[in-house]
Design a protein around this ligand. Structure first.
Ligand SMILES: O=C(O)[C@H](CS(=O)(=O)O)OP(=O)(O)O
Length: 238
């Protein structure tokens, strides 16, 4: 198995084989939390106008996401897992648009298949890749606004690669590096309204979900399919 680590939109465009689009802060951690609250379907879109259009055509859809980290006008939720904690998402379809993660999904056009990457479901991702046993794995770190690499995405890629290759991981050390580096923004007092410190903790809870999110296509729309990775050789689609 050839495992490569790529960065940003260029990396997503170059990705081949089984591709993991990684966005720890916060798109794909938040998407897992939304499915953990029994959302029916998440539709990731890059273009915010597309999100508004889908809402107009389907008034019951929920809009979730960010621009410049903040909840855009007319959205139901920002991109914060903390702020989802009291939400009733059961059976809801969510349109999710963000500056990094959902852009990466749309750019990964040469991949054989695309799944999302985060620490909250890291073991499920590793197990899923092992089960699929592809020749090539592309781990794409989406970084900050697709503009520059970030500690949390690069370390998540290294974590997954180490697990796949049977190398040791020191998650506690990784978390410290992230706290001092690109995770610092969650501890700035002026950011608490849209990026609370609890988001740092929630996004760095390791392995609290036993499913992966796989990009599927329905006409011109992508959606994230929740695939529970139950055993070494079996997957259960929900
Ligand atoms: O909401 C976030 O924390 C980030 C901000 S940015 O894209 O890195 O500017 O959004 P995400 O797309 O989830 O990384």
């Amino acid at each position: 198995m050839d495992v490569q680590i790529l960065q940003l939109l260029e990396g997503a465009r170059d990705a081949r084989g089984l591709t993991v689009i990684i966005d720890v802060f916060r798109a794909f951690s938040t998407a897992c939390y939304a499915y953990g609250k029994d959302a029916a379907k998440i539709i990731p879109v890059g273009n915010i106008e597309k999100a508004y259009q889908l809402k107009k055509e389907n008034p019951k859809f929920i809009l979730m996401g960010e621009r410049e980290e903040k909840k855009p006008t007319g959205f139901d939720f920002g991109n914060s897992p903390s702020l989802l904690s009291s939400a009733n998402l059961s059976g809801k379809t969510i349109v999710h648009t963000t500056s990094s993660g959902t852009q990466g999904i749309e750019a990964a056009l040469r991949a054989d298949e695309v799944i999302t990457g985060s620490f909250v479901n890291a073991s499920a991702i590793v197990q899923y890749i092992r089960n699929q046993n592809p020749e090539t794995v592309s781990l794409v770190c989406m970084g900050y606004a697709c503009e520059y690499p970030t500690d949390e995405d690069t370390l998540c890629a290294e974590y997954i690669k180490n697990e796949l290759l049977g190398h040791d991981n020191d998650f506690a050390r990784m978390k410290k590096i992230i706290r001092r580096g690109s995770g610092k923004r969650f501890f700035e007092p002026e950011n608490q309204e849209w990026a609370p410190s609890n988001d740092f903790e929630l996004c760095l809870q390791r392995d609290i979900f036993d499913f992966i999110l796989k990009v599927k296509n329905e006409g011109s729309i992508n959606y994230l399919q929740k695939v529970r990775v139950a055993e070494k050789t079996n997957t259960i689609t929900q």
